[in-house]
Design a protein around this ligand. Structure first.
Ligand SMILES: [Zn+2]
Length: 49
């Protein structure tokens, strides 16, 4: 069973800052508030395809 890895991209500048393991059972799109070093602040990060 392979764990799918997805990237979380900053919704402000679009850079992919984080890689997270995603469970196959989870179908909704991940949205997490994380620190973006490019924006210098916490922004909403969304899962990329
Ligand atoms: Zn950013």
């Amino acid at each position: 069973m392979a764990v799918k890895k997805v990237a979380l991209a900053c919704s402000v500048c679009g850079s992919r800052n984080y890689m997270v393991a995603k469970k196959p059972t989870r179908v909704e799109r991940l949205e997490v508030k994380k620190f973006c070093k490019f924006c210098g602040q916490h922004t909403l990060h969304k899962e990329t395809m």
